[in-house]
Design a protein around this ligand. Structure first.
Ligand SMILES: Cc1cc2nc3c(=O)[nH]c(=O)nc-3n(C[C@H](O)[C@H](O)[C@H](O)COP(=O)(O)OP(=O)(O)OC[C@H]3O[C@@H](n4cnc5c(N)ncnc54)[C@H](O)[C@@H]3O)c2cc1C
Length: 434
């Protein structure tokens, strides 16, 4: 068919995830003709599966007075708001500064107000995590789509963008289902993690085409696989309070105190996902080890005297000397790991054996075989290099009217709602183009 006329949109947004939908709302609200091209049958698939299908929207740690997030902002709370923004930037260390302008445009409080104004009541949970009261990620997505539609945004699903060409004063987006022309392009296609959701790293080739450098994408916020079958045999066991650290070349590079879960491949859970970012950042030239303190509440000396005290009763098995908060299955493996015969009684436990047992509990070193890869990584480390993107607008410094937002950028944050916050804030910023 010969096409005589093609509408030229003010902006085409490639990818209808968290960043793309928020960019579309910002542009549509201001009367810009806006189209979202989404590869999947529906937008926001990752939002639906996020936070165990509850969607941890953002994080209010640092916002000391949560009244700042409901109703008009009292200038007296400025300080608290600044702390909220700082805690988001800290979660993206060492690259958090890039988010400064985006957070000034759309901060944590603005995000919560946005969802509340769209009928999504929010609540705060441990560590500042914000969730919808309904615990339904579907409500978060529905609010974004509804607001986009009310802002006259056109969302075309089943429309994979295949390529972008630069025409004299606009872009031609080659699509699986018909091409689109727009004066501006916002690349919001995410990274490479969970490729089954449609995020297959498509934005990198387009960014390269317009002169950008891509920092090698790596899985981050990802479970770790372990070599030793001793630990994988513990699959299903959860330890709620563990201090997990990553040591690279013998130096601690990151640590986190949270839950750890044993699985058939190795370990996962919030503490592990967070510290996996450090592994994603290492170049692999030095040995990476995972060190777990299974009783962070107790000092080495306190644990040692507790075990000695229990051993005084003489008849107790070694497993029963270990504090009860450590499940029996784990205790048995620790005894084995410390090289203590299982038939040893408390009375026979030598000083050396006791010290080895304390060391196994307080600094259990596990050899990391690798990560479970992009298939199970919640985010991607790497992407479009930040120095080539203007943080005040998210526009490319190399190509006018070409924007990159969300996880397609070389930005990855801790768990806790920070990654959505970065996607919302950068999306919003780009969607407010002049
Ligand atoms: C299991 C899981 C749980 C998570 N839970 C949380 C959480 O609770 N809180 C949190 O803050 N973060 C969470 N994250 C991370 C968070 O989902 C991402 O950081 C965030 O979605 C990034 O937003 P984005 O818009 O940049 O990319 P995405 O949300 O990944 O959206 C990109 C969109 O682009 C589309 N797309 C890709 N290629 C093309 C193409 N060629 N043409 C058209 N469309 C295309 C994709 O289909 C997708 O819809 C989780 C991630 C996973 C995988």
């Amino acid at each position: 068919m010969c096409r005589l006329h093609m509408d030229i949109y003010d902006v085409a947004i490639l990818g209808g995830g968290a960043a793309g939908l928020m960019a579309a709302i910002a542009a549509g609200e201001r009367g810009r003709s806006t189209i979202v091209l989404e590869k999947n049958r529906r937008p926001g698939v990752k939002i639906l599966m996020s936070g165990g299908t509850r969607c941890n929207i953002t994080n209010a740690r640092g916002l000391h007075d949560l009244s700042v997030v409901s109703g008009p902002i009292d200038p007296a709370y400025d300080h608290s708001l600044a702390r909220g923004a700082r805690s988001v930037m800290d979660a993206f260390a060492p690259d958090g500064k890039f988010l400064g302008a985006a957070l000034r445009e759309f901060d944590v409080a603005a995000t919560i107000r946005f969802f509340e104004s769209q009928g999504v009541r929010t609540k705060i949970e441990a560590n500042g995590k914000i969730f919808p009261v309904s615990d339904r990620a579907a409500d978060v997505l529905a609010a974004l789509v509804r607001k986009a539609e009310r802002s006259r945004v056109e969302i075309r699903t089943n429309h994979a963008a295949l390529d972008i060409e630069s025409l004299s004063n606009r872009f031609l987006i080659r699509c699986s289902e018909g091409d689109v022309e727009a004066e501006r392009v916002i690349v919001a296609v995410g990274g490479r993690s969970y490729p089954g959701c449609g995020t297959t790293g498509d934005g990198y080739a387009w960014a390269r085409k317009f002169g950008h450098t891509i920092v090698e994408p790596r899985p981050a916020l990802v479970p770790l696989s372990l070599q030793d079958p001793r630990w994988t045999s513990l699959k299903g066991v959860t330890l709620n309070d563990v201090k997990a650290s990553v040591q690279i070349g013998g130096k601690i590079v990151d640590e986190r105190r949270e839950a750890v879960l044993f699985a058939h491949f190795g370990v996962t859970g919030p503490a592990i996902l967070d510290i996996s970012r450090a592994i994603a950042r290492s170049d692999g030239s030095e040995r990476a080890a995972l060190v777990l303190d299974l009783l962070p509440e107790l000092s080495i000396d306190a644990l040692d005297s507790q075990i000695r005290e229990r051993a005084r009763s003489g008849k107790r098995s070694v497993a029963s000397l270990i504090p009860d908060s450590i499940p029996r299955r784990v205790a048995d493996e620790l005894i084995d790991y410390a090289g203590i015969p299982h038939n040893r009684t408390g009375a026979d436990l030598s000083r050396d054996e006791r010290k080895r047992l304390v060391a196994a509990i307080k600094s259990l070193e596990l050899v990391i075989a690798g990560t479970t890869g992009f298939a199970k990584a919640e985010v991607t480390r790497g992407g479009v290099t930040l120095s080539e993107i203007d943080p005040r607008t998210c526009e490319s410094k190399l190509c006018e009217r070409f924007y990159v937002v969300g996880e397609a950028l070389d930005l990855d944050g801790r768990i806790g709602g920070y990654n959505f916050q970065a996607a919302f804030s950068t999306g919003r910023l780009a969607g407010r183009f002049e």
